[in-house]
Write a protein that binds this ligand. Sequence first.
Ligand code: BEZ
Length: 211
Amino acid sequence: MSLRLGDIAPDFTALTTEGEIRFHEYLGESWGILFSHPADYTPVCTTELGRTAALQEEFRKRNVKVLAVSVDPLDKHLGWVTDINETQGCRVDFPIIADEDRKVAGLYDMIHPNASETFTVRSLFIIGPDKKVKLMITYPASTGRNFNEVLRVIDSLQLTAGYSVATPADWKEGEDVIVVPAVSTEDAIRRFPKGIKVVKPYLRYTPQPDK
Ligand code: BEZ
């Protein structure tokens, strides 16, 4: 059965551009992003890995470790990284798994045979410090992902892990958040001293509590 939100992210040992990695051990107490791309030396993938490298400081600030994966071999990854650094003006310093035997792709259901029999699609998993899957997205090969959106989701996940709030559509760090339905308005007034705006009994906003 395929993975679902809240499941423990399957552990594995894999060969990567940074040596052998045991996934759970590598993550330690950090959050994690595991994302697949179809193939090395392809244009969209080159921009995606370059963008991820350019955002590494943003991921570090949020205590997130990044790990990429495709079914290409290690020597191909290593050669391609040189190209990514050159063309995208970055330094790829996160590991890329060489999943030649498709072990990781199988565990995370990254090969969708009706899209491609051989290549991994653009899957992305966000994993919490408890090793549970917090988010899964799947894009086709033809569409590069929006890594600003990935950062935005991490901000939401980290905030909502600590407070009884949820984030509305298009929310960005610093904007008002929503009080979850399980908290009564009376309780919310106590919990959120910055104030509550009641639009409807089920739609209540409060300023971002950790700001
Ligand atoms: C790309 O990364 O550019 C790509 C990979 C596989 C199919 C289509 C595009």
